[in-house]
Write a protein that binds this ligand. Structure first.
Ligand SMILES: CC(=O)N[C@@H](CCCNCc1c(COP(=O)(O)O)cnc(C)c1O)C(=O)O
Length: 389
């Protein structure tokens, strides 16, 4: 590992990140290389950002072309690339979501969703779920479950509560005429790779409709093919009032989107100046997003995630290891719950050339780019099985 640059980063960084002793300098597809030229199979995908893989020449070309034309263009004027992306998002997002607030990260998408929900309903209550993760900014953080993320920053925004996930009775008891919105992930990713039950999601959507609350679905990590369909919503037959997207949306370029349904747009409460963003909808990110959506469709990456994910889960479930309590997930969002803390196994994987993630204290999360090929995936799974023997 290069000493000088690591020491420099350690000297000048904020100190908020626990870092692996690896200096990643290059990526191609589902592979990464460190400064010493060591190769890694990427099962982190930039925390779910690199669904289309690393080093995509189509993204580089789209960025280069757009950067030579116009990099920034706030939404106080129109822009050709932005208009084309908005039209494309209306085509590919679940039915009924035809208007979009473009922003620059997942947490910003959640912040926007909460503001729109309070604006539209005139209510203040926000209900989230135990183990949910929605971002680190003060509003989104209020809905993020983990106490050690939240408590140092109290007081956060008021009127945010948490209910048990996959528990429809808990939702029925919690949603009142003061509830502006309920926010859920269809697979709780950071919180341990817990999959929502279909009847729970459909029951929750019905409760929100009956009681005038907005259902916000956070697909910041499950979106763009990760769970085996372009959006996980498709597997649940559910149409959220608001859908939050980010991560893989622009192929690695920072971008988020708050997808707004008719209930929001027909409310008459979205007035000029009620929200905004300097960088939101910038042409550079829009150009990358258009190229990304093209790749996702042309390479049928959602179908690939479904097939490779099923293969991976089948192999992992066949492991006879006392360390493995459960294998779960959807598509190429896979969690292996261990009977011990996951950290030492992440380190062992890293030493053997696989970069993976935790999902809570005892869950090993595999989140490879959707372009990973079967050989690379099987090589990674061989190493996982060796480490978890
Ligand atoms: C090392 C590091 O920075 N990890 C990030 C990992 C976050 C990954 N998830 C982001 C996320 C967010 C927030 O997205 P963003 O602001 O990080 O882009 C919102 N909703 C869901 C379902 C998400 O999964 C963190 O600990 O904040």
């Amino acid at each position: 590992m290069g000493t000088n640059l690591v020491e420099i980063e350690n000297q000048y960084t904020s100190g908020v990140y626990g870092k692996r002793p690896v200096e990643i300098v290059r990526g191609q597809g589902a592979l990464l290389w460190d400064a010493e030229g060591r190769r890694y199979i990427d099962c982190m995908a930039g925390h779910g950002v690199a669904n289309i893989g690393h080093g995509r020449t189509e993204i580089a070309a789209a960025l280069a072309a757009q950067a030579q034309r116009l990099t920034t263009c706030p939404e106080v004027v129109y822009n050709d690339v932005r208009a084309r992306l908005l039209e494309r998002l209306a085509q590919v997002t679940p039915e009924g979501l035809n208007n979009f607030f473009l922003c620059n990260s997942g947490t910003e998408a959640v912040e926007g969703a909460f503001k729109f929900a309070r604006l539209v309903t005139g209510r203040t209550g926000i209900i989230a779920t135990l183990r949910g993760f929605h971002g680190r900014s003060m509003g989104a953080l209020s809905a993020t479950w983990e106490k050690h993320y939240r408590e140092p920053f109290a007081p956060l925004i008021p009127d945010v509560s948490h209910i048990r996930y996959n528990d429809l009775n808990a939702a029925a008891n919690a949603i009142t005429e003061d509830t502006a919105a309920v926010i859920i992930e269809l697979v709780q990713a950071e919180g341990g790779v817990h999959v929502a039950q279909e009847e729970y999601v459909q029951g929750l959507a019905a409760l929100c409709r009956e009681r005038g609350a907005l259902l916000i679905i956070d697909e910041i990590q499950t979106g763009f093919g990760r769970t085996g369909t372009l959006f996980a919503c498709e597997q649940y037959g559910v149409q959220p009032a608001i859908l939050c997207l980010a991560k893989s949306l622009a192929g690695g370029v920072p971008m988020g989107a708050v997808c707004l349904g008719t209930r929001v747009m027909e409310s008459g409460h979205i007035s000029k100046g009620s929200h905004g963003s300097t960088f939101g909808g910038n042409p550079l990110a829009c150009a990358a997003a258009l190229a990304t959506l093209e790749i996702l469709e042309h390479e049928e990456l959602a179908n690939r995630a479904a097939a490779l994910g099923a293969h991976a889960q089948q192999r992992l479930r066949s492991m006879q290891s006392p360390l493995v309590r459960e294998v779960r997930g959807r598509g190429l969002l896979i969690g292996i719950e261990l009977t011990k803390r996951v950290q030492p196994y992440l380190e062992a994987l890293c030493e053997r050339g696989v970069l993976a993630l935790p999902a809570g204290a005892n869950v090993l999360r595999l989140l490879p780019p959707l372009v990973i090929d079967q050989t690379q995936l099987d090589e990674a799974l061989d190493i996982v099985q060796e480490v978890l023997r």
